[in-house]
Design a protein around this ligand. Sequence first.
Ligand code: NAD
Length: 297
Amino acid sequence: MHIGFLGLGNMGAPMARNLLKAGHALTVFDPSAPALAGLVEAGATAAASPAALARTDVEAIITMLPAAAHVKGVYLGEDGLLANVREGVLLIDSSTIDPHSAREVAAAAVAHGNPMLDAPVSGGTGGAAAGTLTFMVGGEAGDFERARPILASMGKNIVHCGGAGNGQVAKVANNMLLGISMIGVAEAMALGVALGMDASVLAGVINTSSGRCWSSDTYNPFPGVLDNVPASRGYSGGFGTDLMLKDLGLATEAARQARQPVLLGAAAQQLYQSFSQQGNGALDFSAIINFYRKQEA
Ligand code: NAD
């Protein structure tokens, strides 16, 4: 299949490489010349602009962009995809954006005669490289079935979440819970250690008791409890505090629009915001435990 791919960053580049590995022909665009060159070296064809990409004979186009403003620009702009793509080409946006914007862009695409899916991912850059991402997909069931074999080249779990925007709904709800649960685990671990317990013994108890969750048993924030997690390498790599802050912002904004209370989500957003303001935005989000731990003099 001939597929178009826009947005060759930390996530998009490895995803695009997996499409090439699966045997698809790929035309790519990114304003960053080095990002573009990397994919051309791997076998893709470079387009000069989103409009030029849209005018090729691609059967589907995938976008993996930083935020809603980029997605709106790329799809709805004068030189964007919708103004140039032929009817029927399947459009898939895998960026993490708010559900409201996803629905707005999907409605414009459908009005133009193009089926569109929102398909944000979880699994991080490791999952993108390994081709094991989870795709949370919103849109028509028939369009989902058309997209499934394409997404299967980049991911392992591909879940239809309902109509347009519902992929983003699933993503913001899950990540809000992750942000909250990490703070809960950090608070409990810091309390236990401050009261005299060994961190690994405490984590072992939690992980076989009712407090267990992904943040405690797979991504524990206390240094040394688990190998191969950011906590055990100075909170480098992983999922940055500022990325978590972005997702909590999407959740609280979507909640505001729906008049839906998210008391702990909003508190979590403020905590990460304060932590980021202190210069920790690039650290993995599990570093939030440092907010609770007595710092060495
Ligand atoms: P990134 O900043 O590394 O990459 C974004 C890419 O988009 C860049 O290469 C940039 O040049 C390109 N871009 C900007 N404007 C463009 C345009 N007009 N046309 C084409 N390309 C354009 O970001 P990322 O980490 O790859 O994340 C992409 C999306 O995936 C974000 O929405 C993010 O929230 C989401 N996400 C990221 C992770 C992660 O761990 N990094 C995990 C899950 C979801």
